[in-house]
Design a binder for this molecule. Sequence first.
Ligand code: GDP
Ligand code: ZN
Length: 458
Amino acid sequence: MKFDTIAAISTALGEGAIAIVRISGEEAVEKANRIFKGKDLTKVSTHTIHYGHIIEPDSGRVIEEVMVSVLRGPRTFTREDIVEINCHGGLVSVNKVLQLILEQGVRLAEPGEFTKRAFLNGRIDLSQAEAVMDLIRAKTDRAMNVALNQMEGRLSKLIGRLRQELLETLAHVEVNIDYPEYDDVEEMTHQVLIEKATYVRDEIRELLEVSKQGKILREGIATAIIGRPNVGKSSLLNSLVQEKKAIVTDIAGTTRDVIEEYVNVRGVPLRLIDTAGIRETADIVEQIGVERSKEMMDKADLVLLVLNYNEPVTEEDKRLFEAVQGKDYIVIINKMDLPRIIDLNHVKELAGDSKIITTSLIEEKGLKDLEQAIADLFFEGSLEAGDLTYVSNARHIGLLTQAERTISEAVNAIEAGMPIDMVQIDLTRTWEILGEITGDTVHESLIDQLFSQFCLGK
Ligand code: GDP
Ligand code: ZN
């Protein structure tokens, strides 16, 4: 397929990351060459990178020092010619470079348009395309890994395997329908059906279970910092934000309306509730009191409850403990640089199973422990690190939910000894729904598939 040439700023995650202007399409190399001073890009070999400068073609003024990659299709992400201009200046200079390339008659890409092209040009399947979209939106490295796994086709592979199981099951059903006179065939069919259908159902359930975690990763963990006035809430907030830097995600499709602030704590994306308000007017926090804290807590996935090392546990502290019951929370005893007055055993009693971390935010002590505690809470508990296939896409979750329903109906029907053709309908439907996730073979008929794979009906 032939499309016009498009350009956009590619993701720049965090500070110090290189910002890239990416151009894709038939005219990518020629247009880039017009604003590049260095080697003649139209003559260089494919998949090579070149040092040079971006210049204003009219004035010859140097805009930016760059490295430019020239990637000729079809061995590229979009299968088209791609030029990537790596700028090391900040956003301002990247924008200027983008502006220059657009002035050469290149169109600004829509959000996700590179990915759309990769899909339309047959480079990736639908679930991979969607994973790339998630990748673009991923807020932290950890969330990015989830998206990457999926992009590499993990979900596609798993779905493919489940569909294969369903096909084999359906093949048995066919045999049963074709040769009803053999009793042992029926016997075996029932056995195989129960085993395979249950297996597929359980796998789908597990995927759905894990998908809840995927959702948390993308949206960030809503985190509330609560405590009496003057215990160090603002200081904690500032330490987290400064040390970890707020992550500004810049969507690769160039739209910049989705800039959000997140704090990345060892791969856990924390979304600090009400951050802007708290930071702008530190005084308000002083006045917040228990009522307001409770409101914030309702919205929070994680609560950081701050106490003062240098003061006894107060009635207000106790009420805060009562308010956080049932939530994931971490207790922070701050100001450990001052003499200890707080009764640590009392705090332990109040905290129950929750972690207690002692800090001195002024002396920057204890922050590492706090980070570890946050990471443990989310990655060693319910989330197993690394090796799971995450489903983080609303469409996939919707389809998996449907598939779970139809396969459960199939299992129930088999167990109830329902006629085999009833079971067949549910199994077939499940197979189709799963196929919609990967976007392939939706149009091919099931019978064609059965025949091509099992040569039934010889
Ligand atoms: P908030 O009212 O809970 O937000 O508390 P703040 O963060 O505004 O801090 C209140 C006061 O305690 C400020 O003067 C801070 O400088 C001070 N403070 C914060 N953390 C520490 C600490 O670890 N040690 C000591 N000695 N003072 C601290
Ligand atoms: Zn404060």
